[in-house]
Write a new protein. Structure first.
Length: 406
């Protein structure tokens, strides 16, 4: 009974937080001309897709436009730093570590707010006695404050609700899945619903969901010998997921891929040679561009894989606890062994990620609109990973303590 009450209480907290986030996403910042700002932001399709994947509202400047993007970026950067320099972070207390991460989040929020403000600076208008420059500052600080408020809500949901910080992404992904399918990253790509295309879509979605759930839950279990524990009921193991990076490569791939195009539009590197390279290598409508996008996804797959599963840290913990992998020397040899296994799993997982992105894009070269399935499936996979973790947490909370004493 207590487990059910705790689960219901946590669900109510999460629903309440999601309602607050949704209200914040609708509170438009009044120092801009809304229609003009919306027209400018809608042109940047990559920015829209990044907002979909990070719980933001990039179609119009609102209080929660930045979503949890600064929070996610700072968490990733801090994980990379701790992986590269573990000795430099081991002596830090949890409070100090949290303060550093909050400072990083604030810096990224300020940078992203400034970027968004500069994109729509022509739409910023003076308010009564406030000048246009002051209005621009108000816009930047409001966006930054909204991002930090989202961070606080994410922490509250982690402690009192269910699903953690990523739960805040779910509403935007669900709301914008149809837009990902119909329009894609380019406004000229439209998926046309006909009886044939609708049947193909339904069949492909069913197959994709079955395969995606299986792939996401697949893992390699490396048996570990526990010297300090006598366990006759089962063996201990280290799980290495087939997709250790989860859906993170999909969340960031589009933004990285379109960065050269964005810089060209801003007048940086706008030359004949660079224009030719960008049009060929950073376009979803060329084979070179599809290969480059697949490469970006693969690189992110390796990067996030090593961030989420750190062989050096795992090997260190095993050595300090006296545990070991059978026939593998503790320490450096264990780290090499885990790294080798991780590379194999990431490679296999990347094959799935590339198939999800490249196959629809190649089909889209011949059948207009079908390339949008790459981004629709990406959003669907983000949703699958979040909901899978959410259901696991719900089951754990529901059955907590419901076991027989031996």
């Amino acid at each position: 009974m207590n487990n059910k009450r705790d689960l219901i209480r946590r669900c109510m907290w999460s629903i309440f937080i999601l309602l607050i986030v949704e209200v914040g996403r609708q509170l438009v910042i009044p120092v801009v001309d809304i229609s003009s700002a919306e027209a400018l932001l809608q042109k940047n399709r990559a920015l829209q897709f990044f907002g979909y994947a990070t719980g933001g509202q990039m179609s119009v400047p609102t209080l929660f436009s930045l979503g949890i993007a600064p929070y996610m970026t700072s968490k990733i950067l801090w994980s990379v730093f701790t992986m590269v320099n573990p000795e430099g972070t081991q002596h830090l207390t949890e409070r100090t570590s949290n303060v550093i991460q909050r400072c990083l989040t604030l810096a990224f929020a300020l940078a992203q707010a400034l970027q968004m403000a500069l994109m729509i600076q022509k739409t910023v208008k003076p308010v009564t006695i406030i000048s246009q420059f002051d209005s621009l500052l108000i816009l930047v600080f409001t966006l930054t404050a909204g991002a930090m408020l989202v961070v606080w809500l994410a922490d509250v949901n982690t402690g009192r609700g269910i699903g953690g910080a990523v739960l805040l992404i779910v509403p935007t992904v669900v709301q914008n899945l149809p837009n990902m399918l119909e329009n894609g990253p380019n406004s000229n790509d439209h998926f046309i619903f006909t009886p044939k295309s609708t049947a193909t879509l339904i069949a492909s979605v069913i197959v994709f969901l079955i395969v995606a759930i299986f792939i996401y839950q697949a893992e390699l279990r490396i048996e570990v010998e526990r010297t300090s524990i006598i366990n006759s009921y089962g063996k201990s193991y280290i799980p290495v997921r087939l997709l250790p990076g989860g859906a993170m490569p999909f969340m960031f791939s589009i933004s990285l891929f379109v960065l050269p195009t964005y810089l060209r539009h801003e007048g940086i590197g706008s030359y004949a040679v660079t224009n030719f390279i960008i049009n060929q290598l950073f376009s979803y409508h060329t084979y070179y561009g599809i290969a480059m996008y697949s490469l970006v996804v693969c690189i992110l797959g390796y990067g996030f894989g090593f961030v989420n599963f750190q062989p050096s840290e795992t090997a260190r913990h095993l050595k300090e606890s006296g545990d070991y992998i059978y026939n593998v020397i503790p320490g450096r040899e264990t780290e090499k062994y885990l790294t080798h296994k991780l590379l194999i799993m990431i490679f296999a997982g990347n094959c799935f990620l590339v198939a999800v992105t490249a196959i629809p894009l190649i089909i889209g070269l011949y059948v207009p609109g079908y390339g949008n399935l790459a981004f629709f499936f990406s959003g669907l996979f983000i949703l699958v990973t979040i909901l899978d973790n959410l259901f696991d947490q719900i089951r754990a909370l529901y059955f907590k303590g419901q076991y027989d004493l031996i």
